[in-house]
Design a protein around this ligand. Structure first.
Ligand code: AGP
Length: 613
């Protein structure tokens, strides 16, 4: 979690870092701080609360200079407070550091440092790192040696950025493991460092990504990339073609609203270059699919967390129906702790917006060690999930800032559909006619999503009626069962309303006891193979006095008779329905939370990238 920004050059680092941190606030927002080398001394300003508080503090008590580093925090050790906020300064005041990760052996290190008489000023694990660096500096090491010696002593996964009064012309950044990325942005006579691309994208689109076990010594004119023991490595400069404008809110009230509305365009981008209409072929070039004999594959495992796992559950229906390969979906945080049965006859697909989710990366590593082929479906370019995989499919939807995932849910659905068709094709399961029918169905998605988005006003009316409920049950079946889970997750995470999702067929085995006038039921029942079953299950809920919101296909009279309120989606093939059905549910959740005046983009207790276990 946590966001990091750094700058070295002739400009004043403070406004650059502050603006960068604002763009990273989605990574954590319980406290923030900036440290600047001001001539010969380190100036630190930090505060609990959001970046806005830090901005106010800096206008009252400004600091100027370069280089500088900044941090926005999601607390792991120590409550959100000024003293626990980063940057942390060493005991002699010569080193200052920002950190992303958890020092697993920090208690031992802290005891050792305290025994040497070093006083701790926070409850964080991070403070052990800065004091260790300071100790090595004091013992005569250069800054680079001090960082290397320190990194050799801390356990866990980390991203760190350090500056020091002893060597004020440089910033040192390092990455160990998967606690979040470190990216260096190249400027002319200046360089930038960040945990994520959006923080520095307005300054440069040329970036170098640090891999695990790498560090960089960065001056305003030069970058030296090396292993943690100092062996120089050549670096590759990657050009990022994200539009910096898409990382700003524009006229929308919240990023989530903007990202919901971007979906028609974003899914056009997801499809771009992937369908060759002249011969009905799917092209997923970065997947390296030809390295695998698909006919020898016995099964696919999808691993992911939260919203991405819901996308995986829809993917199971798509791949099993189209490509006839058995698929299991695993919550990544559960996967590696049960000695999972995976081997080289299987493909493991990790789905992740950030590509930095610790549980997902750990599950990928577990599967890789067991010999499985590893693919990923990822949004963040250059992320670990992209790099660790043998092949990847990029979501191609641009940065997603709102903590509640929206376009990074619909994009993998499109990707999984394309993948299912490609796998079926490799297995020779599709005649030309079925292939072009499947392809024509997916190519209609951006238009159909556009139609769903045009209906926002109707959904707002439903939101107005239900904004004060305390509980709600989401029901779905078959391919739309994961959409019930996703709809409920959207509502609970941003509105704090207790929303529970159930496979509709399970109702009679217990949850139906919950239904009364206070417990509305939102039933997802577009025209699909499970439609008739859904009808009877909604009848059962209605018979017990439940109020019903029904999500149905345009023109469905039977659904209309059953619904107290309706959410409509346009007619589409059943495998496309989930991509459409989730749109009104995203809009509903968004407007309920916005009407309640809640912090939609940064809901309490959450962070966008979950880089801790
Ligand atoms: C959902 O709205 C959340 N943002 C969350 O469930 C998210 O999908 C999950 O943490 C996984 O994140 P990832 O896609 O970046 O791996």
């Amino acid at each position: 979690m946590c966001g990091i920004v750094g700058y070295i050059g002739d400009k004043d680092a403070t406004p650059i870092i502050l603006e960068g941190l604002k763009k990273l606030e989605y990574r954590g927002y319980d406290s923030a701080g900036i440290a600047i080398l001001d001539g010969k001394s380190i100036q630190v300003r930090r505060d609990s609360g959001k970046i806005a508080h830090l901005g106010e503090l800096l206008s009252k008590d400004p600091i100027h200079g370069s280089p500088g580093i900044g941090h926005t925090r999601w607390a792991t050790h120590g409550e959100p407070s000024e003293r626990n906020a980063h940057p942390h300064i060493g005991f002699n005041g010569q080193v200052v550091l920002v950190h992303n990760g958890i020092v697993e052996n920090y208690l031992d290190l802290k005891q050792e440092l305290m025994a040497e008489g070093i006083q701790f000023n926070s409850e964080t694990d991070t403070e052990t790192i800065v004091h260790l660096i300071e100790s090595y500096l004091t013992a005569g090491n250069s800054l680079q040696e001090a960082v290397q010696n320190t990194l050799a002593r801390i356990r866990g996964a980390h991203g760190i950025v350090v500056i020091s009064t002893r060597e004020p012309e440089k910033i040192i950044a390092a990455r160990i493991g998967n606690a979040g990325g470190v990216v260096i942005g190249l400027g002319k006579g200046e360089n930038y460092i960040a945990s994520d691309i959006p923080a520095i994208l307005e300054h440069t689109n040329e970036m170098i990504f640090l891999e695990s076990q790498q560090m960089a010594v960065i001056t305003k004119d030069d970058i030296k990339l090396m292993t943690l023991n100092g062996t120089r490595i050549n670096y590759k400069i990657e050009k990022i073609d994200w539009d910096p404008i898409s990382a700003v809110k524009g006229n929308y009230r919240h990023f989530m609203q903007k990202e919901i509305h971007e979906q028609a365009r974003a899914l056009t981008d997801t499809l771009a270059g992937r369908i060759d209409f002249s011969n009905s072929n799917i092209q997923l070039n970065t997947l390296n699919i030809d390295k695998i004999d698909i006919n020898k594959i016995t099964g696919i495992k999808i691993i992911a967390c939260g919203t991405a796992a819901h996308a995986g559950q829809v993917g199971k229906y798509l791949i099993e129906s189209i490509a006839r390969i058995p698929v299991e979906v695993d919550i990544a945080s559960e996967f590696r702790y049960r000695d999972p049965l995976v081997d080289k006859s299987q493909i493991v697909i990790a789905i992740s917006q950030s590509g930095e989710t610790a549980d997902t990366l750990a599950a990928m590593e577990e599967a890789r060690q067991k010999g499985a082929h590893i693919w990923s479906i990822v949004n963040a370019i250059g992320s670990q999930a992209m790099r660790l995989a043998e092949g990847f499919i990029s979501m191609q939807v641009g940065p997603e800032i709102g903590v509640a995932s929206t376009k990074a849910f619909t994009a993998p659905l499109v990707d999984l559909y394309l993948l299912a068709v490609l796998l079926a094709d490799k297995k020779d399961l599709l005649c030309d006619e079925s292939k072009s029918k499947l392809i024509s169905q997916i190519s209609m998605v951006p238009d159909l999503v556009g139609t769903c988005l045009e209906r926002e006003a109707e959904v707002i009316e439903v939101a107005r009626k239900y904004k004060d409920i305390e509980h709600i049950l989401y029901l779905g079946r078959g391919i739309n069962m994961p959409i019930a889970y996703e709809g409920a997750l959207k509502l609970k995470e941003i509105s704090y309303i207790h929303a529970e999702a159930y496979p509709a067929g399970e109702m009679k085995h217990g949850p139906i006891a919950l239904i009364d006038k206070q417990m509305p039921v939102l039933a997802i029942m577009p025209k699909d193979p499970w439609y008739e079953k859904m009808l009877s299950q909604v009848e059962q809920a209605k018979a017990r006095g439940g109020k019903t919101i029904i999500l149905a296909t345009d023109g469905d009279k039977r659904a209309k008779e059953l619904g107290d309120d309706m959410l409509w989606i346009p007619e589409a093939a059943w495998m496309i329905n989930p991509i459409l059905a989730v749109i009104p549910l995203q809009i509903l959740a968004y407007h309920i939370a916005a009407m309640k005046g809640l912090d939609v983009d940064q809901p309490r207790n959450l962070a966008k990238s979950v880089t801790v276990e």
